[in-house]
Design a protein around this ligand. Structure first.
Ligand SMILES: O=C(O)CCC(=O)C(=O)O
Ligand SMILES: [Fe+2]
Length: 332
C-alpha cells in the first residue's frame, strides 16, 4: 500500500493504481513493504518514505555508536554544508548495528541491486563473454543539522559520477541487469531523531528524477521528508534534494545516510589495498594523486569529506567545497 506524506489522507493510492499526471508528493510505505513496492515508488517519484524501517531500540543503538565521532567533528569551512552542521563518516567501522540492520537490510539491498546492477557482454576471441557488476557502497555519513543551519542548495547526488541524463515522461520500466540504467547511486537516509520541516528534514522534489540534466531546480515542488526516529527516506541519485533549514532553537535533526553506487565506479586494480600507506608516503605528490589519493571533482574519493592525500601529508590543505568554474571551461 502506497500513500503520500503531504496531505496523506487525501492522496492514498492503493497498489497498482498509479496517479494520473506527474507525482508531486513523497510516497509512503509501511515497514513490511516489499522490494517491488519500493521499486515502484522510486520509479514513480524518485523518492519514498518507509515508516518504522528499524525499531526504537535499534535506532538508539546506532545513535550511540555514532555519537562520539559526530561530536568530534568541527564546523564545515566551505558553503556546501552550513557551519552549524556536524558529520561522521565510515559507518561500516563505526556502527555494527547500522551494518546489520540498515546497510544489509534485504529490501534496501534488493532495490539497489535492481537500480544499480549492470551486465554487459564483449567478445573474448570468438566467445561472447557476459559480465555482471554489482553495487558497492558509495559513501556513508551521519548528518546532524543544528539550530540556525541554513538549507543546502538543491542538488543531485549523482553529480559525483558526472551523470548526464535526458528527460523522460515515465521512468524506464525494465531494470533487468542488461537494460540501460539511469542511476549511478541510490541513498537511504535513516532518521536518528525526529525530522521536521522546522528542524531540517531533507527537502526533495518528487518527480525530478525524470528531468534532464539541463533543467534547473527551484523551490517549486519542494517537499519535506518528515520522519520519526527509525523511519527511512530512500532516494535515487537523480532526484533533487537538500538538507533542510533548521529554524528551531533547540532541536537537532540527525540522519544516518547510506549511499550505494554502481560497482564499476572504481579502478580495476585496488591501489589502496595493494600498496601500503607507508610506501605511498615515499612517492611524489604527482604519483600519489594518480594512484587515487586525490579528489575527482566535484568530490569523489574523499576521506572524511576532505582530500585523501592528507593521510599521506598532513600539510595538504583540507578540501571542503568544490570551487570549480561556474561557467563553461575550455577543454584542456
Ligand atoms: O542532510 C540531508 O538531509 C541531506 C544531505 C545531502 O544531501 C548531502 O550531503 O548530499
Ligand atoms: Fe545530497
Amino acid at each position: 500500500m502506497i500513500s503520500t506524506n503531504h496531505n496523506a489522507t487525501n492522496n492514498t493510492h492503493t497498489e497498482g493504481t498509479a496517479p494520473k499526471g506527474p507525482v508531486t508528493e513523497v510516497p509512503e510505505l509501511c515497514k513490511d513493504a516489499s522490494a517491488q513496492e519500493v521499486e515502484d515508488a522510486l520509479k514513480l517519484a524518485g523518492c519514498c518514505l518507509i515508516r518504522n524501517f528499524v525499531s526504537k531500540d535499534i535506532i538508539d543503538q546506532i545513535n550511540s555508536e555514532c555519537r562520539p565521532t559526530l561530536e568530534q567533528d568541527g564546523a564545515w569551512e566551505g558553503s556546501f554544508f552550513p557551519k552549524e552542521t556536524r558529520r561522521a563518516y565510515g559507518l561500516v567501522g563505526l556502527s555494527p548495528t547500522w551494518v546489520n540492520n540498515v546497510l544489509m537490510h534485504p529490501v534496501y539491498q534488493k532495490v539497489c541491486t535492481r537500480f544499480l546492477t549492470i551486465r554487459h557482454w564483449n567478445w573474448s576471441g570468438n566467445r561472447k563473454l557476459w559480465a555482471t557488476s554489482r553495487p558497492i557502497i558509495n559513501a556513508t555519513s551521519c548528518f546532524s543539522i543544528r539550530p540556525g543551519s541554513k538549507a543546502q542548495e538543491l542538488h543531485r547526488d549523482d553529480t559525483v559520477h558526472h551523470n548526464r541524463i535526458e528527460a523522460v515522461d515515465v521512468y524506464p520500466e525494465d531494470l533487468s541487469p542488461s537494460a540501460p540504467k539511469r542511476e549511478t547511486s541510490l541513498a537511504l537516509f535513516l532518521a536518528g531523531t525526529k525530522a521536521t520541516k522546522e528542524n531540517g528534514a531533507t527537502e526533495c522534489i518528487p518527480g525530478s528524477h525524470l528531468w534532464s540534466s539541463e533543467r534547473m531546480p527551484n523551490a517549486d515542488g519542494v517537499r519535506y521528508a518528515a520522519m520519526e526516529p527509525g523511519d527511512a527516506f530512500l532516494m535515487l541519485g537523480s532526484t533533487y534534494h537538500a538538507g533542510g533549514q533548521n529554524t528551531t532553537k533547540d532541536s537537532e535533526r540527525l540522519i544516518h545516510a547510506t549511499f550505494m553506487c554502481r560497482g564499476i565506479l572504481r579502478s580495476e586494480e585496488n591501489q589502496f589495498l595493494t600498496i601500503p600507506i607507508e610506501t605511498m608516503k615515499e612517492r611524489s605528490p604527482a604519483v600519489q594523486k594518480i594512484t587515487g589519493y586525490s579528489v575527482s571533482e566535484p568530490f569523489c574519493g574523499w576521506v572524511g569529506l576532505s582530500d585523501p592525500r592528507r593521510l599521506l601529508d598532513p600539510t595538504v590543505p583540507a578540501y571542503s567545497d568544490h570551487q570549480g568554474a561556474l561557467e563553461d571551461i575550455p577543454d584542456e
